[in-house]
Design a binder for this molecule. Structure first.
Ligand code: FAD
Ligand code: MLT
Ligand code: ZN
Length: 462
């Protein structure tokens, strides 16, 4: 369905300027991967919920479309305009409003790393961690239901968010469990959950009440080298059994991903010298140094792997993590990345990487890595050279083949990054007509003038 929006005129600019700071800054138009570029010249930068509400109320009346933006680290083009939509940046909304009974209250624009440091000082930790922690915002994390490196331990972010404050399309401010910040509250529909993972299409999240775990006094990391994906799966199964309650992360990357990081970041080192097909990074977090160390050493003994090393201190552990967390940057530095973020049954997970290698032209980079403990594969493909035609040809080799394979295996075509403008056309393949119809109804009810993040999440025909 075609929608016609108003264009921003001089009187609109005056009205928006009377509400909050407005800037014209082209950097807000380009996403982190430099794949998607909008052409908006209006960025509103509210400082309070009241300002967000007033902007939305005005834009709704005028039918001016809006793209909410946090840290702009999303990987599916959700945070930048498709055309010239107004960008609403939450970056100035960055207050931490206190911690009580293990629930922290924050404004949406707080950077995840800043929240984690604040919590650490008080003996707590954020229940999520991402490679983008230095730039992404907690509002963006909630809007994408971000997964990341601590998912194995603390589960989905959805489970940790106990309440939200949200400004809806017409400017109404909903207190969806934010003020009370209760861990348990079964009075009525869990409305706040609607906004988690809705990628800015149903409302602008302004505040978050987040349940946080106690920080771990003892954190250890180990790296293992494996010659087959069966061995990789064996590490996960054994780590679950041997490390049990202290297991906090289990990530893997293949030799191609490892080669890319080592080439991109000259300071990065791999303490395991071999060139084996896979590495697995296991992290434990607990409270008793001797007990935790014994468990990790037990894992090293129990495992059937080529080699393994336990980081002797926090600096060495951080170096192990850099090997894994540096992969996204390393891949992006190689050119246009065809990025697939897939949930797949573990037994078939790596077959897709191998089959992809068999299909693509020689010298194409095909790297597999991801959150092993969550059955979440990141498959990244980069063409040799920077010829645009080669990229179109590569896309035709990869798609829809990859999506067909994933759906045949009952997997997900977007495990944790969302749909944005990059995967939204696939939603009708992933969900039934009845599900799509309900989503359409919901969007229309909550945002009848479709001003919130248009051309994203729902397929273009909707
Ligand atoms: P943005 O990119 O600004 O926005 C993302 C989406 O949320 C957009 O649709 C936007 O409109 C919407 N949005 C933002 N703020 C609000 C708000 N306040 N209210 C309503 N809607 C809003 N993702 C993972 O899941 N797991 C990972 O391990 C992971 N690792 C990453 C590593 C790197 C190096 C990078 C660059 C990205 C990674 N990501 C990962 C993707 C990304 O960081 C997450 O999606 C993150 O949650 C986005 O937060 P943000 O503040 O940057 O949001
Ligand atoms: C990761 O796990 O590193 C992120 O999701 C980013 C990526 O897919 O590159
Ligand atoms: Zn990831």
């Amino acid at each position: 369905m075609k929608r016609f929006y108003s264009a921003v005129g001089a009187s609109d600019m005056a009205a928006l300027r009377s509400i909050c700071e407005v800037v014209d800054d082209p950097s807000y138009n380009v996403d982190w991967m430099r794949k998607w570029k909008g052409r908006s010249s209006v960025v509103v930068r509210p400082r309070t919920t009241e300002e967000v509400s007033a902007v939305l109320k005005y834009c709704n009346q005028r039918q001016l479309p809006i793209v909410p933006q946090g840290g702009n680290t999303g990987l599916v083009g959700g945070s930048v305009p498709v055309k010239d939509e107004i960008i609403l940046s939450t970056r100035r909304m960055d207050s931490i409003n206190g911690l009580r009974d293990g629930v922290v209250k924050v404004e949406a624009g707080v950077i995840l790393e800043n929240l984690d440091s604040y919590l650490k000082d008080q003996g707590f930790a954020a229940p999520l961690d991402l490679g983008a922690k230095g730039s992404c915002t907690i509002g963006g994390n909630a809007a994408t239901n971000a997964g990341g490196l601590r998912f194995l331990r603390y589960g989905s972010l959805r489970g940790s968010i106990v309440g939200l404050e949200v400004a809806t399309a017409d400017g109404t401010v909903l207190d969806a469990g934010y003020s009370t910040g209760l861990r348990k509250d079964n009075t009525g529909y869990p409305i706040h959950e609607l906004f988690i993972g809705s990628e800015g299409t149903l409302g602008v999240i302004t505040k978050i009440a987040l349940a946080v775990p106690a920080s771990s006094a003892v954190v250890n990391a180990a790296l293992f080298s494996c010659e087959s994906f069966n061995q990789v799966r064996g590490v996960l199964a054994t780590a679950r059994r041997t490390c049990a309650e202290i297991l906090s992360a289990c990530e893997f990357f293949d030799s191609e991903a490892r080669r890319c990081v080592l080439e991109y970041e000259p300071g990065t080192t791999d303490p395991l010298g071999d060139d084996a097909a896979f590495r697995v990074l296991v992290e434990t977090s607990g409270s008793h140094a001797t007990h935790d160390r014994e468990k990790l050493e037990g894992l090293l003994t129990d495992l059937d792997v080529l080699d393994g090393v336990i980081a002797p201190d926090a600096t060495k552990a951080a170096q192990l993590w850099r090997l894994r967390e540096g992969i996204s940057d390393a891949m992006t530095s190689r050119g246009y990345v065809h990025k697939y973020d897939l949930s797949l049954p573990l037994e078939h997970m790596y077959d897709l990487v191998t089959q992809t290698r068999d299909r693509v032209p020689p010298n194409t980079t095909v790297a597999g890595y991801g959150h092993l403990g969550d059955s979440n594969l990141h498959l990244n493909v980069v063409a040799a050279g920077d010829d645009e035609n080669a990229n179109y040809e590569l896309a035709a080799v990869l798609e829809p083949w990859i999506f067909d394979r994933v759906l045949e295996l009952n997997g997900s075509i977007s495990a944790e990054h969302g749909l944005g403008q990059s995967k939204n056309s696939l939603l009708s393949r992933a969900k039934s007509p009845a599900m799509l119809a309900l989503m359409r109804k919901l969007k229309h009810t909550m945002d009848p003038r479709h001003i919130l993040n248009p051309y994203k999440v729902l397929p273009p025909s909707i």
